[in-house]
Design a protein around this ligand. Structure first.
Ligand SMILES: NC(=O)c1ccc[n+]([C@@H]2O[C@H](COP(=O)([O-])OP(=O)(O)OC[C@H]3O[C@@H](n4cnc5c(N)ncnc54)[C@H](OP(=O)(O)O)[C@@H]3O)[C@@H](O)[C@H]2O)c1
Length: 303
């Protein structure tokens, strides 16, 4: 039985995913949030593919352990840059370090993300999930954009989520002052905002040799949500856990989008792991996207 279009993502998740044997030897790949879950698996797969890795992580000790481990997996170059994405100044500093040290960037993977069950604000006064999941990746991408263009062909991958289907984006209430906070909706809002800017980025990048795509990494066993309270953590570990997949599939999917020769000129798409998919209609609203772009510029100090 054919599923209606809005449920096609369920069928896509069951399809055989694509893979590539293409090598990434020496290619400079910057990845955020590689200390756990999806990002860790992607870094591992990229190391196996020979990539030169730059890990942007908030916890230097954790990152050092991952670096040590990955260097045993494959004799590749790995450097660490520290940044907490709830602090946009950290993102600016990390971008500064990268621009000073890497004259060439082949791939930028914006993966770091979180899910909060309770509303918190960053020191700057922005709802934390919106800041970490969307604003930080938006700012980092913008700050590295000229270098990516100089390095073309280059690829940007936004690790997004089917959670964008939860909706939740209200540009007049990004901080959830007027609405009761709902963790899934707040997560959805951050992912919708990120997706809407992918279409904007892609349009601006036309003809530059730099592509940008978003992807859902699969429903996989990671630490996402484990920063929350006992009840949520128990639900995640003891109930949800069994329905989730091995996060190695996410690493393989990200590698495919980063390395597959057939995707060299593909931009402005959303992939369910590796299957090209139509996002929810509210995440395709270009008028809303233009407003998100301007608000994101304002909140990140780019305007
Ligand atoms: N797991 C899934 O089923 C799933 C489904 C759809 C989409 N995703 C997306 O996949 C991405 C990775 O999530 P995951 O599932 O792998 O979760 P995870 O295991 O919790 O990993 C999240 C990564 O992001 C980092 N991070 C979190 N907050 C940060 C901050 N303030 N500053 C800098 N780094 C921060 C974490 O660092 P620490 O190690 O220091 O905590 C970790 O490296 C997210 O964008 C998520 O939305 C995941």
């Amino acid at each position: 039985m054919e599923l209606p279009e809005e449920l096609q993502f369920i069928a896509n998740a069951r399809k055989i995913q694509k893979k590539t044997d293409a090598r990434m030897d020496g290619r400079v790949c910057i990845i955020t949030g590689a200390t756990s879950g999806v990002g860790y698996q992607a870094a591992k797969r990229l190391a196996l593919g020979g990539a030169h890795l730059v890990l942007i992580c908030r916890n230097r000790e954790k990152a050092a352990r991952i670096k040590e481990e990955l260097m045993h997996v494959s004799a590749v170059q790995i450097e660490i840059v520290q940044a907490d994405f709830s602090q946009l100044n950290d993102v600016r500093e990390a971008a500064g370090i990268i621009l000073a040290n890497y004259p060439h960037i082949d791939v930028l993977i914006n993966n770091a993300g979180l899910h909060n069950t309770h509303r918190t604000l960053t020191e700057q006064g922005v709802e934390t999930v919106f800041c970490v999941n969307h604003l930080a990746s938006f700012l980092l991408t913008r700050l590295l954009m000229d270098r990516l263009k100089e390095s073309a062909p280059a690829r940007i991958i936004q690790v997004n989520s089917q959670g964008h289907r939860f909706g939740g984006l209200d540009l007049d209430d990004l901080n959830w002052v007027r609405r009761r906070y709902n963790g899934y909706k707040a997560y959805g809002a951050s992912k919708v905002a990120q997706l809407l800017t992918v279409w904007e980025f892609s349009e601006r990048l036309q003809g530059s040799g730099v592509t940008i795509n978003a992807m859902h990494p699969g429903e996989v066993r990671t630490n996402i949500g484990m920063n929350n309270g006992f009840l949520f953590r128990s639900y995640q570990r003891y109930l949800l856990w069994w329905a989730l997949k091995d996060p190695r599939i996410s690493g393989e999917a990200i590698y495919y989008i980063a390395a597959a020769p057939e995707l060299a000129a593909v931009s402005g798409r959303f992939f369910n792991q590796t299957i090209d998919e139509k996002p929810a209609p509210h995440a395709m609203d270009r008028t809303l996207g233009k407003r998100v772009w301007l608000i994101s510029e304002e909140l990140t100090g780019l305007s």
